[in-house]
Design a protein around this ligand. Structure first.
Ligand code: KIV
Length: 292
């Protein structure tokens, strides 16, 4: 099991490492994580001081407009991770391992995790679940790749869980989740995402774990929080989960800008002189006097 033990505090501008996440937890400094799927998104998240950028398989829904995260492929996730990598320099860049990339065997899981690091430039990978996933996590960490775990509502298993709904709401389920968190930490996770679980359960897990918990719909006791880019910025169409806080309504702004543009083009108000290129007068005369 690797040690992410705290030593000296890092500068705010220094690259965030898995060990730094543990130091942040030790200092009581909350960790901010957000998803991003391209270079501009990664750059803005980095400039805003986000500590971890997650290229989530939520991209299957937010970017590709599909029904479920299970449809995300390795090739799609690699492409999006490579794009985000181009924008992120300070934050820890975490790539989500898509459904099917780690379930089959330890060997396949390690091979796919290596592709995220070598081909796409990820700093770490994230994978959902406990049980078999804990063995996969140990194998990937054994290959030298930091892993973020994910418990609670794990969308890749939504059908098995009875839909996209809160988990750990019975004492038995909550107890099992606490045990799963211990197993994930022992497997070598450098952080654990807790999705859609009651606050008291997240609080118990966060207190017991040496590594930070990153909550999404898990309350304020977690060591950090994560939100999906499109939800946070008001770009999601339709229903959003109750745990989402919208910090902007960019969808409306983008729509209004695009409508303005369409109106301008139709009315010949765009482009204006400022948007066009001139040529030297002498060249223009030659051009205009040229007899074809
Ligand atoms: O895929 C994703 O965006 C996620 C977050 C919701 C944690 O897993």
């Amino acid at each position: 099991m690797p040690s992410y033990a705290a030593d000296s505090p890092a500068l705010e501008t220094a690259k965030v490492t898995p060990a730094e996440l543990v130091r942040m937890k030790d200092r009581g400094q909350k960790i901010a994580m957000v998803t991003a799927y391209d270079a501009p998104g990664g750059r803005l998240a980095d400039r805003a001081g986000v500590d971890c950028v997650l290229v989530g398989d939520s991209a299957a829904m937010t970017v590709f407009g599909r029904e479920a995260t299970t449809s995300a492929t390795m090739e799609e996730m690699l492409l999006l991770t490579r794009a985000a990598r181009a924008g992120v320099s300070r934050a820890l860049l975490v790539a989500d391992m898509p459904f099917g990339s780690f379930q089959v065997s330890d060997v396949a899981a390690v091979e796919h995790a290596i592709r995220f690091v070598k081909d796409a430039g990820a700093d770490a990978v994230k994978l959902e679940g406990a049980g078999t996933s804990a063995r996969r996590i140990a194998a990937i960490v054994g290959a030298g790749i930091p892993v973020v775990g994910h418990l609670g509502l794990t969308p890749q298993s939504a059908t098995l869980l009875g839909g996209l709904k809160a988990q750990g709401r019975t004492a038995e389920q909550a107890e099992r989740m606490c045990q799963d968190a211990v197993v994930l930490e022992h497997a070598g996770c450098c952080a654990i995402v807790l999705e859609a679980i009651p606050e008291p359960v997240a609080r118990r897990i966060s207190r017991a774990a040496r590594v930070p918990t990153i909550g999404i719909g898990a309350g304020a006791a977690c060591d950090g929080q994560v939100l999906v880019w499109h939800d946070l910025l008001g770009l999601s169409a339709g229903h959003v989960a109750r745990f989402v806080k919208r910090y902007a309504v960019l969808g409306d702004e983008i729509l209004s800008a695009l409508q303005h543009y369409v109106t301008d083009v139709r009315a010949s108000r765009f482009p204006e002189a400022a948007h066009t290129y001139s040529m030297p007068k002498s060249e223009l005369e030659l051009f205009e006097n040229h007899v074809r």
